[in-house]
Design a protein around this ligand. Structure first.
Ligand code: RP5
Length: 196
């Protein structure tokens, strides 16, 4: 069944989106996305996800939490997540990356897993995150920065199921992507014709 949106066109927003708070304002909205990462060393990659959530004005919380180093805190975080108002959990971890799976095992909120780059180029993180047993799903995105960006976008798409302003922002984002590709194409054509 169609949702009535043509992805090639950007419909007008039904209501003006809330302005993002300025640097001097404190955002008091409760977080709807909870981001956990196995170590602070994951932050440079996870930053891509935060950038997307900020671009879409989605309130989030973030903390370092490890399935292996702080198992009790990991359990407490996930098992109270829904009660605390979170709607989605994003878990980033590398190596023997069980964080997303542990999160998913203790909540029925959707869990998105980001496999971190590792000494094995992230293959270990990917397999540890994606190969969940039937019954406990983790929506696993690509290894590294592309995955972190897509984790933020997937969270926005899930929240957009009940938020028309977010639908509008996602369509604008897609239109911008198409525009960037068109510009790259133009640049390529121009450089090839210059070379003749
Ligand atoms: C994982 O081990 C973390 O998610 C990180 O990707 C990796 C290395 O952690 P550190 O040794 O840098 O703390 O648990």
């Amino acid at each position: 069944m169609s949702n009535g949106h043509d992805p090639r066109s950007v419909p007008p927003s039904r209501s003006a989106p809330a302005a993002a708070p300025s640097a001097s304002e404190v955002d008091i909205r409760p977080p709807v996305v909870g981001i956990v990462m196995g170590s602070d060393s994951d932050l440079p990659v996870v930053r891509r996800c935060l950038d997307v959530l900020e671009q879409f004005d989605i309130p989030y919380e973030i903390e370092v939490l490890s399935a292996h180093r702080t198992p009790e805190r990991a359990h407490a975080y996930s098992s109270t997540a829904r009660m605390r108002g979170l709607k989605i959990i994003i878990a980033a971890a590398g190596g023997a990356a069980h964080l997303a799976g542990v999160m998913a095992s203790l909540t029925t909120l959707p869990v998105i897993g980001i496999p971190m780059p590792s000494v094995l180029s992230g293959a270990d993180s990917l397999y540890s995150t994606v190969q969940m047993p039937a019954g406990i799903p983790v929506a696993t995105v690509a290894i590294g920065e592309a995955g972190a960006t897509n984790a933020g976008l997937l969270a926005a798409e899930i929240l957009a199921l009940a938020d028309d302003d977010l639908v509008h922002k996602l369509l604008v984002y897609r239109a911008e992507l198409r525009q960037k590709v068109a510009e790259k194409n133009e640049k390529l054509r121009a450089s090839l014709s210059d070379a003749k």
